[in-house]
Write a new protein. Structure first.
Length: 317
């Protein structure tokens, strides 16, 4: 019997065909004969405590002009699916949290959710990395402006960033003597009312911010180094960085060994680690990307490896 897979994602009409990792996953599932369904976040709901959705049967194609076709919407129980991919992009707001509650209700009925809803809530992509201090550069999480200034005074060259940003948004590098330090901290912390993160600046960013994809605790053999544009601190592709594929280093593998067992324990089946130089900076759990870039660079099938992992888990489910 065919596996029934549903995906919760942003409007498929607006994805970037050349880069979209969710599309790569769906192509891999379809190639295995799995039945696909498409759900937007607002299509999730609870009816007398039962997890339901408004969904559409979906087919996908490797065609930059016409990469999907959807059938008419229908109402279904989420329990009708074998697996649901939660691939809604941040912001990680209340609506996202409510969606995880609904997905958790489906999980209780035996549906495999990738990634586990409780872990999506528990594992903030920036704070989660601090659970592995042996892997990280010096880091501080606080809304206390005095402490944030003391961190800067100690480390001289630091990065300040919000805990809920993505794509390199609102990231500030503050060097010694920067006259804008106070206003940056007032803005990011909302005058001390919001927690932010401070990290010691890692000069190896000029060589790229590496994205390492991890499937069920095991890394893909290559990373995508996102190299900042000229006069930029951020390597994020959304911020103008350029990408190049590179093999994992011994240090990269060590970091994956440190983090992998926790990912597996928490049901975080598909994760993206961000590594600059020798240091883990973030653990992306919501909708990690870079599948297509790595597949193209090294003739991989990362989406296929993920589907094989899911299939094996369904066999045990």
């Amino acid at each position: 019997m065919s596996i029934k897979l549903a995906v919760v994602m942003d409007p498929i009409e607006s994805i970037h065909f050349k880069k979209d990792s969710t599309l790569a996953m769906l192509m891999a599932a379809q190639s295995r004969g799995w039945e696909l369904s498409y759900i937007e976040q607002q299509g999730l709901y609870l009816d007398d405590g039962k997890a339901m959705c408004r969904c559409q049967k979906l087919t996908v194609a490797d065609d930059p002009q016409n990469w999907f076709a959807k059938e008419e919407p229908q109402l279904k129980s989420l329990a009708d699916f074998d697996v649901i991919l939660m691939r809604k992009d941040p912001p990680f707001d209340n609506e996202y949290i409510y969606s995880t509650y609904i997905l958790e209700a489906a999980e209780k009925e035996g549906v495999l959710i990738v990634n586990k809803p409780q872990s999506l809530r528990d594992c903030n992509e920036k704070v989660f990395a601090t659970q592995f201090p042996q892997c990280c550069t010096p880091v501080l999480v606080t809304g206390d402006i005095t402490l944030l200034k003391q961190f800067h005074d100690k480390h001289k060259d630091v990065i300040y960033k919000p805990l809920d940003g993505m794509g390199g948004s609102s990231i500030f590098r503050v060097k010694p003597g920067d006259p804008n330090r106070s206003v940056i901290l007032e803005t990011l912390t909302n005058h001390g009312k919001q927690q932010i993160m401070a990290q010691r600046f890692i000069p190896e960013i000029i060589e790229g911010d590496k994205r390492i994809l991890v499937i069920d605790g095991k890394p893909v053999e290559y990373a995508l180094a996102r190299v900042p544009a000229v006069q930029e601190t951020r390597g994020n592709l959304a911020a103008g960085g350029t990408a190049k594929g590179i093999p994992l280093t011994d240090r990269d593998r060590w970091i994956c060994d440190q983090v992998g067992p926790s990912l597996k324990e928490k049901g975080l089946i598909f994760v993206g680690l961000d590594v600059i130089g020798d240091y883990l900076t973030e653990i992306n759990v919501t909708s990690p990307t870079c599948i297509k870039e790595l597949d193209a660079a090294f003739d991989l099938d990362i989406g296929g490896a993920l589907m094989d992992c899911i299939s094996a888990k369904l066999g045990k489910h």
